[in-house]
Design a protein around this ligand. Structure first.
Ligand SMILES: [Fe+2]
Length: 462
């Protein structure tokens, strides 16, 4: 027990890489599911300073479960081997980073694209490519532009144009780039956008016609580079939403109440309005410690004709990690899914034996048409990570599918991969895949359908 909540309880990093086959399942896995559930997150290898360590610091570790023919074929967890991680593990380095200072093990997101697997981060730090079995191939040029930008953790795949879009900031630059890739990851075009002050722009949004940028009072601070989280909250700087045509052009800016957009749930066009649903972090928390924030689900409606933005609260329960049925990304939709974020106070003193276990312990389903929500509670110690929506085999409705998430089972002392039916959200999970180990609370993940790599590796390495 270190006294640091991000090194203990549900956050505590694991120390081993595991490979387990034929995992036990309670319930029944849908027969059509064929692919991998992958999730990334910080899992520090060695703690530089336990007193100052924060959740989002540390090498990325990807946890994956392979599902096929109603079986859970394997579980693997693997560190993403940046140069520093390979050195610490005493292994050969995997490729050569373009910029050693910017060679950081991506710990934010893991995605599949054109039969390949990528671990992603942000700020101009290069993604890493992984094998199907989650071993590290090396740093790669996914989304890389000559100006030193790369695909951001929150890149968005447009299922209609089959393009991958990124809104990439870069440490120390007053420009962001809107990078558009084809479905194999080749950069088609990049548009530079001036955003003075180098704000932290973790996520963005995309509709049929527009790219939406979230300027914020959180700005880059070189003085804070040694802390690993080089940002400060500038109280004199407004928060703004930028609306830019997809093909580029002038950005129209609309001011919102002081806040930081954590993540976008979705955005879409509605006549002359643009509707943007976001997880909004209000000002007043420690930007270097996201666990101190109390984010809510909000809707921002931009009236492009009147030149006005309206702010509405959709749900004031503290929540994060918004996801939706990906087939509705960028278009009108009804359902969203988030993880409720319950913050438990650390022990008050020697007599207080309550463990500091909590962060998230429920998944929420939002019906945005009715303005209602349902909660699937996992209990006081059932720490749950982001829930990823996976459509059913032949879906008959937007919410005909599954929400998949890693959930800690305190009775076993290990983690389950839980599948909820989105149509029966508060009912018993349709399946629980029992992992042999605990998966720490982490960041983002993906359901990556498909058997093996579908195209040969080409073009992007380097
Ligand atoms: Fe994120």
């Amino acid at each position: 027990m270190t006294g640091n909540r991000y090194l203990s309880g549900a956050f505590a990093p694991v120390t081993e890489e595991i490979t387990a086959y034929d995992l036990p399942v309670t319930g029944r896995l849908p027969a059509h599911l064929n692919g991998r559930y992958l999730r990334n997150g910080p899992n520090p290898l060695g703690i530089e300073d336990a007193a100052t360590h924060l959740w989002t610091l540390g090498a990325g570790m990807v946890h994956g479960v392979r599902i096929r023919d109603g079986r859970a074929e394997w579980y693997r967890n693997r560190w993403v081997r940046s140069t520093a991680v390979a050195d610490r593990l005493g292994e050969p380095r995997r490729g050569t980073p373009v910029d050693e200072l910017m060679d950081i093990s991506p710990n934010v997101q893991v995605v599949g694209l054109a039969g390949r697997t990528f671990a992603l981060i942000e700020g101009g730090i290069r993604p890493y490519e992984l094998t199907y079995d989650l071993d590290t191939i090396g740093p790669c040029a996914l989304g890389a532009t000559p100006q030193g930008y790369s695909a951001n953790a929150h890149s968005l795949f447009d299922p209609r144009t089959r393009e991958l879009h990124s809104l990439a900031f870069r440490y120390g630059s007053d420009q962001v780039q809107h990078i558009v890739m084809d479905e194999s990851g080749v950069v088609l075009r990049a548009t530079a956008i001036e955003v003075p002050g180098n704000p932290y722009m973790h996520d963005f949004a995309l509709t049929d016609r527009h790219v939406l940028l979230f300027d914020s009072p959180v700005v880059f601070s070189a003085a804070h580079l040694p802390t690993g989280i080089p940002f400060v909250w500038d109280g004199n700087r407004p928060a703004r939403v930028g609306v830019m045509p997809r093909a580029g052009g002038a950005v129209r800016w609309f001011e919102v109440a002081p806040s930081l957009v954590g993540h976008t749930l979705n955005a879409y066009e509605d006549g002359s309005e643009v509707v943007i649903d976001v997880v909004r972090h209000p000002e007043g928390f420690d930007i270097r410690d996201v666990g101190t924030s109390r984010p809510t689900l909000d809707r921002w409606t931009v009236d492009l004709t009147a030149g006005k933005l309206r702010e509405d609260r959709l749900d004031d329960r503290v929540q994060e990690f918004p996801r939706l049925n990906p087939r509705y990304s960028g278009r009108p939709y009804r359902y969203g899914y988030t993880a409720a974020v319950e913050l438990y106070a650390p022990p008050a003193g020697p007599g207080d034996t309550r463990p500091d276990e909590g962060f998230s312990n429920a998944l929420l389903k939002h019906d945005l048409l009715r303005g209602t929500s349902e909660a699937h509670e996992f209990g006081r110690y059932g720490a749950v990570s982001e829930g990823v929506f996976v459509p059913a085999g032949s879906p008959t409705a937007e919410d005909d599918g599954y929400v998949m998430a890693y959930v800690f089972d305190p009775e076993r002392g290990a983690t389950d991969l839980v599948l909820l039916s989105a149509l029966d959200f508060t009912g018993e999970p349709i399946a629980r895949i029992h992992l042999p180990v605990r998966v720490p609370l982490g960041l983002h993940g993906s359901w990556v359908p498909g058997d093996e790599r579908e195209v040969p590796r080409y073009a992007l390495a380097g």
